[in-house]
Write a protein that binds this ligand. Structure first.
Ligand code: G6P
Length: 613
């Protein structure tokens, strides 16, 4: 949700900012802009992609060594030139970029308007620039930094902010509450960004800002403090990601690259954690809380989007392998109920980005009520990973495509390892069984590779045939019910085709009314213990002339004969099946979206990291 960059140093600021904004574009892409200080405040901004901004910057020859930039995902005010960031104060001397939502902006705007200030945009951000200026120019005794602090105290809501002022032309001011910001430390230069991707090519030394903190940054130094002006000494972290990991490596889209990376990302997730020979699992991040986990009354999983789907797979895994009761909650619903959670419960939050606002709020709510809070995150250093009591990283590498693929499989792998570990610790899985499970889990990367090599062509053929289908239905049972949801979500997200995922048996209670010869029905018939039932459901669809696409275990001739298209996956244990069945569904959505001419990596209206409620 909105990306922020900042630069101060000796390079051309426009170049660094534009490059950084391109890397952050997955966070929001309806408009982009920069403010560069070069004796004056040069602002270039407008609706559309960063590439447009790049062209206009070059055409107008805007140069300078310090500046801030923004790529927007609209919350207040439609995406247009005026609503694009940066926003300026009345005098035009102060520029602000903002990620988040100012909840009391209406009342603040009213007051500022009464004081004679004119607003140009419909955004909540503009009031920040205006209010800072109002306070700053209101008294000789107030420094710019103090004016920012006083402004932040009047603001209700969330923000990641970067601010520049012509009066202090060598400094960038940043502040954070609820929206991520980090500072990259270079040699005689500093970088600011919403996540590490714009920084990684320049430096691997970073400082993460926490909520309620601000920093004053120039080319050679930075000072971090609370917004109440208490100086802080922050730890300098080393980034582990590489530049290769955030580039397309010859693939036409990040999404396709990320789909094909899965044999490696799953192997990376397993590496050093499973021991086939001994039948043991080691999860360093939760070792210290293992006793609490063993004694937990139940696990409540909270997440959003694709991560919620992996949470649903987790429910099947924990209940089957570890005999621990699980509830899976939409994080956004959990937080606004009066949730019954407390001591003895474990809250497990799952988030690729580690920044999703609703998931973070659910985590805080559970923590405040006394539950132990664990996390499964992909982004190291993210807010969720820092606020949980313990957790496991997925190590899938940066995921740039907005539709999640390799993060999903890595989350499921972590959940599988956690459930197995818990099952072993609780005595529900003996040594022999543990070895078998682990041997099979270790074989998953090769099986994913096999699927990718074997089904790429057939999914392309299927995609050609169904490119203009107006609707899709996805059906699955047991472990593959969440995969049906995930398959439908992938298609919706990137191809804008209406798709529904259902537990196969539930089809009879409504969706069956939709089935006719126009309706493609994707059935995931690869869970051995429910396959007979699945065959009956397929027959029900066929009887109504629905068009069957099946994902099935190899050698399931019954399902194959009933299907117009079928993709067979290598056999595995039922509980590992989602790791395989989801792969063809990711490819199918990808190729349909490409055929429809959709922007696969940046689907309309979506954002990768949703940092607003
Ligand atoms: C957004 C993304 C989804 C993602 C969801 C949760 O909607 O577009 O791909 O699944 O947020 O994100 P998280 O980072 O918490 O997993």
């Amino acid at each position: 949700m909105c990306g922020i960059v900042g630069y101060v140093g000796t390079r051309d600021a426009g170049d660094v900012l534009v490059k950084g904004l391109k890397r952050l574009e997955y966070r929001g892409y309806d408009s982009a802009g920069v403010a560069i200080l070069n004796g004056e405040m040069s602002v270039q901004k407008g609706k559309g992609k960063v590439i447009n901004l790049e062209k206009s910057l070059a055409a107008n020859e805007i140069k300078g060594h310090i500046g801030i930039g923004h790529t927007r995902w609209a919350t207040h005010g439609e995406p247009n030139d005026v609503n694009s960031h940066p926003h300026l104060s009345e005098s035009g001397r102060i520029a602000v970029v903002h990620n988040g939502i100012i909840e009391n902006y209406n009342s603040l705007k009213r007051k500022l308007t009464e004081n004679g200030r004119t607003f140009h945009s419909q955004t909540d951000t503009e009031i920040i620039a205006q209010l800072i200026e109002e306070i700053y120019t209101g008294s000789d005794k107030i420094t710019f930094e103090q004016a920012i602090q006083l402004t932040l105290k009047q603001i209700v809501g969330t923000y990641g902010l970067a601010i520049v002022n012509l009066d202090t032309p060598d400094k960038i001011y940043i502040a954070r509450k609820g929206s991520p910001l980090l500072l990259g430390i270079g040699e005689n230069e500093m970088f600011i960004a919403s996540d590490a991707s714009p920084i990684v090519e320049y430096t691997n030394k970073v400082v993460y800002l926490d909520d309620g903190e601000m920093a004053v940054v120039d080319a050679n130094s930075y000072e971090v403090k609370t917004i109440d002006d208490v100086a802080l000494t922050k730890e300098v972290h080393e980034l582990a990601i590489s530049l290769d990991a955030i580039e397309k490596a010859g693939y036409p889209h990040f999404m396709l690259k990320e789909i094909f990376e899965q044999p490696r990302s799953i192997a990376d997730c397993l590496r050093g954690r499973i021991n086939e020979k001994n039948g043991t699992i080691q999860l360093g991040g939760i070792a210290e809380v293992m006793d609490d986990l063993v004694n937990a009354k139940r696990i409540v999983i909270a997440a959003c989007g694709t991560s919620w789907h992996s949470g649903l797979v987790g429910e099947y895994l924990f209940e089957h392998l570890a005999k621990t009761p699980v509830e899976v909650e939409y994080a956004s619903e959990f937080r606004y109920r009066d949730p019954l959670i407390g001591e003895g419960d474990v809250m497990l939050v799952i988030s690729q980005s580690g920044e999703t606002a609703d998931t973070l709020a659910a985590l805080r709510e559970a923590k405040a009520r006394g539950a132990m809070v664990l996390g499964i995150c992909n982004v190291v250093g993210s807010t969720i990973s820092r606020e949980t009591d313990a957790g496991v990283f997925t190590h899938a590498g940066p995921e740039i495509g907005v539709a999640s693929t390799k993060a999903f499989t890595a989350q499921v792998v972590v959940l599988t390892m956690m459930a197995l570990k818990l099952g072993i610790e609780k005595g529900h899985i003996n040594k022999k069984q543990a070895k078998e499970y682990i041997r099979e889990l270790a074989a998953i990367p090769d099986k994913v590779d096999q699927i990718l090599k074997g089904c790429d062509d057939v999914t392309q053929d299927m995609a050609k045939l169904f490119t203009y289908a107006p609707n899709f239905l996805y059906l699955g049972r047991s472990y593959n019910f969440p995969v049906a949801l995930e398959g439908a979500l992938k298609l919706k997200e990137i191809s804008y085709i209406h798709a529904e995922g259902y537990p196969a048996a539930e089809m009879k209670h409504g969706p069956i009314a939709l089935i006719d010869e126009m309706m493609p029905v994707v059935v995931i018939a690869a869970t051995d213990h429910t396959n007979d039932k699945m065959v009956s459901n397929i027959e029900e669809v066929k009887a109504r002339k629905g068009r069957i696409i099946s994902i099935m275990n190899s050698e399931n001739s019954e399902v194959k004969d009933l299907s117009e298209f079928s993709i067979s996956i290598p056999s595995t244990k039922d509980c590992f099946s989602p790791l395989l069945t989801v792969i063809p569904l990711q490819l199918l959505s990808y190729y349909i979206a490409v055929n429809r001419g959709c922007n696969v990596d940046q689907p309309r209206n979506l954002a990768k990291s949703v940092t607003v409620e």
